[in-house]
Design a protein around this ligand. Structure first.
Ligand SMILES: [Zn+2]
Length: 390
């Protein structure tokens, strides 16, 4: 490798280190960054000047001095650009715009059946166009688009398999990047939800956590030692397809007795259609009936809570996490799911892994996945050479 190449690389690494300190510890002085990083004051000063020029940092007032001239403090410029996060569900598209620290500035949601690929893409592009129209004036505009999908994707942003959407081999990242010319990250919605909770929600202080997304299907995002665990080829977390009944209901995945056949939104609807004797039912209706004290509907939720617990036991015993967060659409029914779910856990899980476990319904509600998608987009932006070197 040429020497210039090496120097560029060193500079790029140093610059992202300085930026990391400004992003995470601002307001912070140049001297403090030098002290913390071990870089020389001259190096820090020159890199900070470049960050000021690229508008990623600002200078504000003066800080406390430890003797001598009071230092100018540096602040991360969180509104230098915006991230667009999208949660592409089976029957909705949810989007948020956040600043570079994940603060939501715009939201958008549309009910839409996404099982027909062509129609889903039309609606998805319309949603992105709408959010581009709404983005506040800034230096970088939209720095990236993160999209959470209910299925598995590879590192190239292709949706390999999304059983509940009925999609296989869709080059979603390429399609969206070609249309809008903005960097796109595709990931599983449960992974996005786990990262959303870790960065902005209930998981901020937890190193080992499992986020369980309970919607039309069930998926999990697993965080181990603060990092998303993707498995050897990126397909971890398909826990909706663990068998809880060896000879149970056949599932679309080819297995039988899968957890999501009993504890998902779909399972709830199937039981509700039967009990309420109606061909179509939705979550809003069921929630409002439960709210009114309709005992047959409350019983339906309680039964799903029981099955939820049966599956969660396997996660507790298998992973011994410090925190489990239940998110996704069904988390909205937490108050009716919780008692029977906890009963299942009490009766079934091993006492030692349960002892220090905390289990919560998501504080971010249905925003965990979109916020996680924003976080993916922001990380990609800061990891890109364009920002770090030029
Ligand atoms: Zn299955």
């Amino acid at each position: 490798m040429k020497q210039t190449g090496d120097l560029n690389l060193v500079k790029k690494i140093n610059k992202s280190i300085v930026l990391h300190y400004i992003r995470n510890y601002s307001p912070i002085s140049r001297a403090r960054i030098a002290e913390q990083t071990g870089l020389t004051k001259a190096t820090v000063s020159s890199l900070v000047n470049e960050l000021l020029e690229s508008s990623l940092a600002n200078e504000i007032g003066t800080g406390e001095s430890s003797g001598g001239r009071k230092p100018m403090m540096l602040l991360f410029n969180r509104t230098a650009g915006y991230a667009l996060g999208i949660d592409l569900g089976v029957n909705y598209i949810r989007a948020v715009l956040t600043d570079l620290e994940g603060t939501i500035v715009e939201q958008y949601k549309v009910q839409h059946d996404n099982t027909v690929l062509e129609l889903a893409l039309v609606e998805l592009k319309a949603c992105i166009r709408e959010m581009i129209r709404r983005v506040p004036q800034s230096v970088y505009g939209i720095v990236g688009i993160g999209i959470g999908i209910p299925g598995i994707s590879n590192g190239q942003g292709d949706v390999l398999f999304a059983p509940n959407l009925g999609w296989t081999d869709v080059p979603l990242q390429r399609i969206i990047e070609e249309e809008f010319g903005i960097a796109v990250v595709i990931d599983n919605e449960a992974n996005a939800g786990a990262v959303g909770e870790k960065e902005f929600g209930a998981g901020r202080d937890a190193a080992d956590l499992v986020y369980i997304s309970v919607g039309i299907g069930i998926g999990a995002g697993i965080i181990i030692k603060g990092e998303l665990f993707r498995g050897s080829s990126g397909f971890s977390g398909e826990i909706g397809h663990m068998s809880i009944q060896h000879d149970g209901k056949p599932c679309r995945c080819g297995n039988a007795g899968c957890w999501e056949m009993y504890a998902s939104e779909n399972a709830l609807y199937e039981a509700a259609r039967h009990v309420l004797n109606t061909p179509s039912i939705d979550m809003e209706t069921l929630l409002s009936l439960a709210e009114k004290g309709e005992s047959s509907v409350i019983k339906l939720f309680e039964r799903v809570g029981h099955f939820l617990g049966v599956g969660v036991v396997n996660i507790i015993n298998g992973f011994n996490p410090e925190l489990i967060i239940i998110g996704g659409r069904l988390a909205e029914a937490g108050q009716w799911l919780r008692p029977t779910m906890l009963q299942s856990l009490e009766g079934r899980s091993l006492p030692y892994p349960r002892e220090r476990l905390q289990i919560e319904f998501s504080q971010l509600g249905s925003r965990s996945a979109v916020l996680g998608a924003c976080s993916f987009a922001i990380s990609k932006f800061f990891a890109s050479t364009k920002v770090s070197v030029e």
